[in-house]
Design a protein around this ligand. Structure first.
Ligand SMILES: NC(=O)c1ccc[n+]([C@@H]2O[C@H](COP(=O)([O-])OP(=O)(O)OC[C@H]3O[C@@H](n4cnc5c(N)ncnc54)[C@H](OP(=O)(O)O)[C@@H]3O)[C@@H](O)[C@H]2O)c1
Length: 221
């Protein structure tokens, strides 16, 4: 089968690779869509030549797991695991989610890594309804999802972005998403801030930028 692998110069290239061999707790997925994350590009140069790249995929289960766990054959799924940028990939059934009807696989493929990062960070922080949650890098992959999930949990969200044009795009994009997620009535708008100057103290910080932004954000706790 074909896959995107690490080439000799640490670049990504298409190559023929062996079919994956699923273990007992793994399902074989026909990958129809895949997405790119920051870490895929960042770590490419550190992986051995020939490694199949990618972590996020969406597709259809070709063979259900032998141990009976996970989705049935034919299910539309999103999946997370190494080696996702291939025509077929084996994923642990604990890292596979059935995609609801009405959600297309393109969107589903963008969710696993960034979505889980946002979701688990927020769960760890435990934002209660009404708590003030600051999300830095809010126009980015993790940030956008963290903003939406925190809103859905009832938090007051302050979304920090790098420059004004990001603020406008984020606000217009999230307007629709927030409406869909929680309805218009009684929902506070997300506060979009350019930088952190003037932001009032917060209860939770989801920090995705690093460096001085990290220090400044923590100082607001
Ligand atoms: N993607 C994942 O699934 C994942 C998983 C685990 C951990 N992480 C980590 O989370 C971090 C973010 O990843 P990501 O994939 O979300 O990256 P990303 O899509 O590149 O998002 C980063 C965002 O930060 C913004 N930004 C940069 N400087 C800023 C500043 N001074 N103030 C406010 N916003 C600023 C960028 O906006 P501009 O483009 O305008 O500069 C960009 O929208 C990385 O450290 C990554 O390693 C990511």
């Amino acid at each position: 089968m074909r896959a995107l692998v690490v080439g000799p110069g640490a670049e990504g290239r298409f190559a023929e690779v062996p079919e994956p061999e699923p273990g007992p707790g793994q399902a074989l997925v026909e990958v129809r869509q895949a997405s790119v994350n920051f870490s895929d590009l960042r770590h490419m140069g550190r992986l051995p030549e020939g490694t199949v790249l990618g972590y996020d995929a969406a597709g259809v289960v070709l063979r259900a797991a032998e141990d009976g766990t996970g989705p049935r054959e034919g299910a539309r799924v999103a999946a997370f695991g190494a080696g996702a940028w291939a025509e077929r990939a084996a994923f642990d059934t604990g890292s596979i989610a059935v995609v609801p009807d009405g959600v297309d696989l393109v969107r589903a493929a963008a969710l696993p890594m960034a979505g889980l990062t946002a979701l688990r960070s927020l769960r760890a922080a435990g934002p209660a309804p009404g708590s003030r949650v600051l999300v830095t890098g809010a126009s980015g992959a993790v940030g956008r999802l963290a903003v939406q999930l925190a809103r859905r949990a009832g938090a007051h969200v302050i979304a920090s972005v790098s420059r004004p044009e990001r603020a406008a795009r984020l606000a217009s994009g999230l307007g629709a998403a927030v409406d869909v997620a929680v309805g218009r009535d009684g929902v506070e708008p997300v506060d979009v801030a350019v930088g952190l100057d003037g932001v009032e103290p917060v209860d939770v910080v989801i920090e995705t930028v690093g460096g001085p932004a990290l220090v400044a954000a923590w100082a607001l706790l």
